[in-house]
Design a protein around this ligand. Structure first.
Ligand code: ZN
Length: 179
């Protein structure tokens, strides 16, 4: 096969797939390798640091995260990730999402989390993470439950983002510095 492209694409925030509660996945599931490869390609092409399967139209509990120190092209694949513990300390952190390109908002979440997941060989793994990685893990696990980062904003914050995305959908894109 010479085609290294993918037929999948990153879905924009208004796609109903992003509100689906995803189902557990086994490491032996059919097509999983394909899915992970496509997610890897799409995340890399957008310079993302995390991506969840529903963002590319698959309803299985798969996320990819990139550790800040990882070389480009390397990612951690988490199957069925779940938070075991969250720190009491809640901190603001500016988040973006590949389904909301160019939009960044401060979101409050626990500073550290402990996450359990299965790797691609089906082995259970546990990680305790802080900093940006804790943020990415929480953001991506939310995606598996149909939750978007704007759901953590107040009413007006959420409205503002949805308004901007609606304009974009109509083709009235504001050209900002981040695009
Ligand atoms: Zn996201």
């Amino acid at each position: 096969m010479t085609d290294v492209g993918t037929r999948r694409r990153i879905l924009p925030c208004w796609n109903p797939m992003l509100r689906v509660i995803c189902r557990p996945v086994a490491a032996t599931a059919g097509g999983l390798e394909d899915l992970v490869r496509d997610m890897h390609v799409l995340m890399g092409s957008q310079r993302g640091i995390g991506l969840a399967a529903p963002q590319v139209g698959d309803d299985r509990r798969v996320v990819l995260v990139r550790r800040p120190d990882d070389p480009p092209g390397r990612t951690v694949v988490m199957l069925n990730p779940e938070l075991l513990e969250c720190s009491d300390e809640i901190v603001p952190f500016e988040e973006g999402c590949l389904s909301f390109p160019g939009i960044y908002r401060f979101v409050l979440r626990p500073r550290r989390v402990r996450v359990r997941y299965h790797d691609l060989s089906g082995e259970p793994q546990e990680l305790e993470v802080g900093g940006i990685l804790a943020r990415v893990v929480q953001h991506e696990i939310d995606h598996l439950d149909g939750i978007l980062f704007i759901d953590h904003l107040g009413f007006w914050g959420r409205r503002d983002v949805l308004w901007r995305m609606a304009l974009r959908r109509l083709g009235l894109v504001f050209r900002g510095g981040t695009m």
